[in-house]
Design a protein around this ligand. Structure first.
Ligand SMILES: [Fe+2]
Ligand SMILES: [Fe+2]
Length: 335
């Protein structure tokens, strides 16, 4: 999902009021008519700011999200599983790069965004600050984390900002493969030995609640979400998306013979939805503020990787500069 911090700050919400009312009305009309906003179109500052924040957080999440899975690449239980996992992690890198490019269409540079992440000033999805302790966790990430991401990202395919909406179409297709490979891992474990089933159950118990937190705070606590809805960046509220996820996932868990770790979980026959017990928001905010089980480890690994890639960036810049100089010299000689 990776876009849980859709909460605008007070400043950007107010900024909308400062824009030219006529332009704002035209902009809103265009959105109401379901016409896409493109990079060169006029847009309110707060719309741009919201999208930069959301798309960059999404990109960061894809990139950081490679780490918990990368942890199991060398220990995948078979060659087939290793190939699938490798392909999935490569997809996530692609999503990250694609999304940085989408953010760049809003006038911010990738370097700036990466610097914000490395300096600890940017957020990414809380879910990637949890450890992957067993192979079953890799199944849970695909089944539940990518499953939650799909719930959130399918509506983003209709986001009012063209480049983001188009990026989401490709991303969602790949997420759907990720979800299935995760479910397949869990299904295999659940059809295996008692020890394998216990491993799957243990992983579900550790991932279930953090996955529900991925959708962000309850609607009543999620201020400014209204503006995102009005601008059709967001189409469904956090609680609606969470409910869809729970409704889709509970029957799958039952099919697998796994117990959802929530004694208060019940089916509301009148509403036609599953209802969960209370979510521990203290845990969510602790993780978001940098105090989850792996926050420091994740950022340290990213900083290390960035540092190790320095020579590649320098070589690419030197190569580009040499080519530009040669092209300029050839043009001067031809003139
Ligand atoms: Fe992804
Ligand atoms: Fe994914």
């Amino acid at each position: 999902m990776y876009t849980q911090s859709l909460i605008l700050d007070r400043k950007s919400g107010d900024a909308a009021e400062l824009e030219d009312p006529e332009r704002l009305a035209h902009f809103q009309r265009r959105i109401d008519e379901e016409r896409k906003i493109e990079p060169n179109d006029w847009m309110p500052g707060a719309y741009r700011q919201t999208l930069v924040r959301q798309i960059s957080q999404h990109a960061h999440s894809e990139i950081i999200g490679m780490q918990p899975e990368g942890n199991w690449l060398t220990r995948a239980p078979s060659l087939r599983r290793k190939l699938q996992l490798l392909a999935k992690i490569q997809d996530e890198a692609g999503h990250g790069l694609y999304l940085y490019s989408a953010a760049e269409t809003l006038g911010v540079s990738r370097e700036e965004l990466v610097d914000q992440l490395l300096a600890g000033r940017a957020k990414y999805s809380s879910i990637f600050n949890y450890p992957t302790l067993t192979w079953a966790d890799i199944g849970m990430i695909g089944w539940l984390v990518d499953g939650a991401a799909i719930m959130n990202q399918i509506p983003l395919c209709r986001c009012s900002y063209g480049p983001y909406a188009r990026a989401m179409i490709l991303v969602c297709k790949e997420e759907s493969f990720h979800q299935r490979q995760g479910f397949d891992i869990v299904r295999t474990l659940c059809a295996g030995t008692p020890a394998q089933r216990a491993m799957a159950q243990d992983a579900l118990e550790r991932w279930w609640w953090p996955c529900l937190m991925m959708f962000g705070p309850h609607d009543r606590d999620s201020e400014h979400s209204d503006l995102s809805m009005r601008w059709k960046i967001k189409r469904f509220s956090n609680d609606d998306l969470r409910r869809k996820f729970v409704d889709a996932t509970v029957p799958q868990a039952r099919f697998l013979g796994l117990d959802i770790p929530d004694p208060e979980l019940r089916f509301d026959a009148i509403e036609g939805h599953w209802v969960t017990g209370p979510i521990d928001w203290d845990e969510f905010f602790a993780v978001i503020q940098g105090n989850g089980p792996c926050n420091r480890e994740r950022l340290a690994a990213r900083r290390g990787a960035h540092e190790q890639g320095r020579w590649v960036r320098e070589a690419a810049s030197a190569y580009a500069a040499r080519h530009a100089a040669a092209a300029a010299a050839a043009a001067a000689a031809a003139a």
